[in-house]
Design a protein around this ligand. Structure first.
Ligand code: ZN
Length: 241
């Protein structure tokens, strides 16, 4: 998801006016992806604890900063969103990662490691939106940008090797469980079964020997894995380390 909001006063301006504010004494770095946690609402405490313990957002941020040198700061802000939904906000360059969304994942996937894998995939998807924003990449529609953000998440997890591939499979399973739970009112994204199919076919084309059970899905991706990889790599060229 990607959000648009009314602009807020930049932190730097606030800090200039309020030098005693603790946040101003720990200014975020001027470039790259960082993570910050807000105190959770009481109902979200267990979900916040999962993020702190399993560190799925740190896993994504570390991979992103190792791959890319983004000249602007993007903050992954873990917070209680009261149902607003995880998303990237271009006005603040924040990826708001909602504790209450983690609760939904925990209902679908009882295993905490699987929940963490899905959160890592989500942060990579939102990072895809942040990069579309930073590079001003043109897309003909919101849906086309969403599809590209999904493919960016797949690219980042496939780059990670076997652990990332496991996370991509888990994310696909979660989409299939979502699809089985019934239709959703979500015109922005591809239907969850389609998102699962895209992840699995890219995985089967990128890493056929580790996923022989996915072989029937190979050569079915549109665009295919080499095109997906090369398109994103070309777009990211100014940022690649
Ligand atoms: Zn999105």
């Amino acid at each position: 998801m990607s959000r648009r909001r009314t602009p807020t006063l930049p932190t730097a301006a606030l800090c200039a006016a309020l030098l005693a504010v603790p946040a101003c004494q720990h200014a975020p770095p001027a470039r790259g992806f960082t993570i910050r946690y807000e105190e959770p609402a009481p109902a979200d405490a267990a979900d916040a604890a999962l993020l702190r313990t399993r560190k799925p957002a740190e896993r994504a941020v570390t991979a992103l900063n190792a791959y890319l040198d983004l000249p602007k700061p993007v903050t992954v802000l873990a917070r209680s969103c009261a149902g607003e939904g995880t998303g990237y906000d271009p006005d603040t360059r924040r990826i708001e990662l909602c504790y209450d969304d983690v609760a939904q994942e925990r209902e679908l996937l009882t295993d905490e490691a699987a929940v963490a894998d899905v959160v890592t995939e989500t942060v990579h998807h939102e990072a895809g939106h942040a990069l579309v924003d930073a590079l001003d990449l043109p897309f003909p529609s919101a849906r086309a940008e969403e599809d590209a953000a999904d493919r960016f998440a797949a690219l980042m997890l496939i780059r990670e090797g076997p652990d990332g591939e496991r996370a991509l499979r888990t994310a696909a399973e979660e989409y299939l469980l979502t699809a089985a739970a019934g239709p959703e009112d979500d015109p922005e994204h591809a239907p969850p079964a389609e998102r699962a199919a895209t992840h699995l076919c890219l995985l089967s084309e990128a890493s056929p020997t580790r996923h022989p059970d996915l072989a029937p899905r190979a050569h079915t991706c549109t665009p295919d894995w080499p095109t997906t990889r090369d398109t994103w790599t070309h777009d990211l060229a100014p940022l690649l380390r």
